[in-house]
Write a protein that binds this ligand. Structure first.
Ligand SMILES: [Cu+2]
Length: 317
């Protein structure tokens, strides 16, 4: 329990530091797909006159999911029966947000993982007219969980907010499984090619087979043939991973390979969770990977802004 408490405290410390930095002003990195939506949003005058870009780069470098409140939006869990998980997003005016844009086929993606990176679930809650999101509880068993709300408020930019949720009971912390390039789930074998490299956009290709045969009829799920979430060990930073290609674009095939572009901000261990749909069901394959600056593998030429993620004190060109 000590480790959990300490990590929670660390995350809170980060939130305070970066929350303060945000107040100073913010410049959107045009090279970052996660914030590019904001380019069309007019900046307040304060953002232009608030001094050197160094402070702004700090907030731009914070991975998703570490903050419970960002850019005026706050994730607020709501009391609910044990069988249910409920929350609201409080907007800049303090009222629950009721209008959201669809992203990856849904208005809200809720991802939960235990702090030891076991027990991952990715679900899609229902929105009530009062702005409360509800879903059958995805928190499977006791422990300290992190819940991530991944959404785009209408008129705002994409956000991932995170909050800790405790499920009482006897906590058995599970060790992180060792790095591997192959795993099995529900009778499928999934292999991983490529490795994330800190500060670069790396290409990760997952290949799905069953009974020794490649699966070539994956079903679209959330607008792609797979959906990949990466969480960093130690603080559960939630990372941007984008599918390379979409169903119907004339070049992306329904398996056996699904390729993603991943950008990790630092060296260290990450847990990857691949959701894919086949046979009318969603399956989740999990991998532990280690981001190593010395690793070799396919990388994608990154825009100049992106390669600087995770390099404190390094200025934009
Ligand atoms: Cu989702």
């Amino acid at each position: 329990m000590n480790t959990v408490t300490r990590l929670g405290g660390f995350a809170l410390g980060l939130a305070a530091v970066f929350g303060a930095a945000y107040g100073i002003g913010r410049v959107v990195d045009p090279a970052d797909p996660a914030t590019s939506a904001a380019q069309s949003r007019p900046h307040g005058a304060a953002a232009h006159t608030s001094g050197p870009a160094a402070h702004d780069e700090v907030t731009d470098r914070v991975p998703g999911g570490l903050l419970v409140s960002d850019r005026g939006y706050t994730l607020v869990p709501v009391a609910a029966p044990a069988s249910e998980f409920a929350f609201r997003i409080a907007g800049p005016d303090g009222r629950p947000v009721t209008r959201y844009d669809v992203a990856h086929d849904k208005r809200m993606h809720l991802i939960v993982a235990r702090r030891d990176l076991s027990g991952f679930r990715h679900v899609h809650p229902e929105l009530a007219p009062d702005g409360t999101w509800r879903v059958d509880t995805p928190l499977a068993g006791p422990g300290q969980w992190r819940a991530f709300a991944d959404f785009t408020p209408t008129g705002g930019e994409p956000l991932t907010l995170g909050v800790d949720v405790t499920v009482p009971g006897e906590l058995t912390e599970r060790p992180l499984p060792a790095p591997a390039t192959s795993t099995t789930v529900d009778g499928y074998t999934v292999t991983l090619a490529g490795a994330p490299q800190p500060g670069r956009t790396s290409s990760l290709t997952l290949t799905v087979s069953r009974d020794g045969r490649p699966v070539t009829d994956l079903e679209p799920y959330l607008g792609a043939y797979g959906h990949l979430v990466a969480l960093r060990r130690g603080d559960l930073a939630y990372l941007h991973v984008h599918p390379d290609g979409t169903p119907g674009d004339g070049r992306t095939r329904p398996g056996p390979e699904v390729t993603f572009l991943a950008e990790v901000p630092s060296a260290g261990s990450y847990r990857l969770y691949l959701d894919f749909r086949h046979g009318g069901r969603v399956h989740t394959a999990e991998f532990t990977v280690v981001a190593d600056p010395a690793a070799t593998g396919p990388t994608v030429p990154a825009p100049s802004g992106s390669v600087e993620h995770g390099t404190p004190g390094h200025g934009h060109n």
